[in-house]
Design a protein around this ligand. Structure first.
Ligand SMILES: *Cc1c(COP(=O)(O)O)cnc(C)c1O
Length: 431
């Protein structure tokens, strides 16, 4: 018998038959193990917030919350998602460089733990909104630090950015607390970058962030009720990368956190994680429609592609590297050939894997992209060529749950209008 990829005993062919392809499948047990693998080792004072950006599906958020994760959100819909998923407002923080008045108002009205402000004009707007409401707005300041992280996929600090307020500027603005009487400046946030795969780099970042927070607090007479040390914990996707060791990481962090909490016992410490929590638990499943050769290379043309999984095109690198991929319905067959795995889009860019070692591929096969639970459909051009979003299925405790319906043609067309040549919008100047 051929060995088949299964999620908690459910064969992938059964999932494909029930829900169709392309399809994202999430393994709830993998999600739980991932969360607890870190949580159970991490210093108890450090809270884990889930960054919805990585996978904003409401069921993923709810499941992570059921394990103990809080939520870090960056849009009105992410905020609504977290609250509807059952995350209490006091376990939610909102960040992002361009928050609207409506989003900031929603933060204040829903009573979240903190609005993380990324510029002084934003603090001023929050101050105004708080005054209108007769409340004091809990605000943490996002700092763009002078130092940069080494060896991360995408570094944040140490350069001009739209994110946060420059460290220098903050130290020079000593009247900040006085200037905004309706804002409760209660914390500091620093995010150093993403896809970090070195435990020592995360420990060093955390040390420097906690130190910066203390210095800022002293210089600005700022309360430190919260320090968000970011995170940026990576997962390995490509050859030559290796996963973080949760034990090594948490052992390294422990004395740093212990030291800080001894001096600031009342401070909420936050780590915000997206990719690290969800990537491993997800598989993108595509059905092969056609196979062909072109100028000596093999092509498997699948029903899914980069419009659902832009990340698989190679994150932040000029060299195209492949995510881990397999023919899911024939796992035991050796990878004896090289295949270009492409999708239905009319662009050569719709190549999800280049020269991927696979067994001989046949139409009807199911090709899977592993480690696809983060930055999938919502980080991809899902509307390109109007294919729309795929279905998403969560398998948890042996049960299958459709957690996102596949877009139908009607879903995609309903917000467009066929113009009527005899009418015009009221605002237009008739001629
Ligand atoms: C994107 C982002 C995250 C989540 O990043 P991951 O690499 O997925 O963990 C967390 N915090 C901020 C500020 C971000 O921009």
């Amino acid at each position: 018998m051929t060995r088949e990829f299964q999620v908690q005993g459910v064969p992938v062919s059964e999932l494909a038959r029930r829900y169709g392809t392309p399809l994202f499948v999430y393994d709830g047990t993998a999600l739980r193990d991932r969360f607890h693998g870190l949580r159970d080792r991490l210093h108890p004072a450090m809270e884990v917030f889930y960054s919805l950006k990585a996978n904003p599906n409401i069921s993923i958020c709810a499941l992570l919350h059921s394990f103990g994760a809080r939520a870090e959100v960056s849009s009105l819909v992410e905020l609504t998602t977290a609250l509807r998923a059952g995350v209490p407002p006091q376990q939610v923080i909102f960040l992002g460089p361009g928050k609207s008045r409506q989003e900031l108002a929603a933060c204040l009205d829903s009573g979240i733990h903190a609005v993380v402000c990324e510029s002084i004009p934003e603090v001023a707007l929050v101050d105004e909104l708080a005054r209108e409401r007769g409340v004091k707005a809990p605000v943490a300041l996002r700092v763009n630090p002078r130092f940069a992280v080494k060896r991360s996929g995408l570094a944040m600090g140490g350069r001009p950015r739209q994110f946060g307020i420059d460290e220098e500027e903050l130290f020079a603005t000593t009247d900040l607390v006085k200037r905004f009487p309706d804002v409760d400046l209660m914390g500091v946030h620093v995010y150093m970058g993403t896809r970090i795969l070195h435990e020592a780099v995360i420990v060093e970042n955390t040390t420097r962030i906690l130190d910066l927070a203390e210095r800022l607090s002293a210089a600005l007479n700022l309360e430190l009720r919260m320090v968000d040390v970011g995170g940026g914990l990576g997962v390995s996707y490509f050859d030559g990368e290796s996963d973080l060791d949760a034990q090594v990481l948490t052992d390294g962090l422990h004395p740093v956190i212990e030291d800080f909490t001894a001096r600031h016992p009342g401070t909420r410490l936050i780590m915000e994680l997206g990719r690290y929590l969800t990537a491993e638990a997800g598989t993108y499943v595509m059905g092969v429609r056609y196979t062909k050769t072109s100028m000596g290379e093999r092509f498997a043309v699948a029903d899914g592609g980069t419009h659902h999984h832009m990340a698989a095109v190679g994150i932040g690198s000029f060299v195209k590297r492949n995510f881990p991929m397999a023919v899911l319905n024939r796992l035991d067959e050796p990878a004896t050939e090289e295949w270009n795995v492409t999708g239905p889009l009319c662009t050569p860019g719709d190549t999800i894997g280049k020269k991927v070692p696979l067994p001989p591929v046949r139409p009807g096969d199911l090709i899977g992209v592993h480690r696809s639970g983060a930055y999938g459909p919502t980080a991809s051009p899902g509307l390109f060529l109007s294919h729309g979003y795929p279905a998403e299925v969560l398998v948890h405790e042996g049960r299958c749950h459709l957690v996102r319906e596949r877009d139908s043609p009607e879903d995609l067309l309903q917000r467009q209008r066929l113009y009527d040549p005899t009418a015009h919008d009221a605002a237009d100047v008739p001629h």
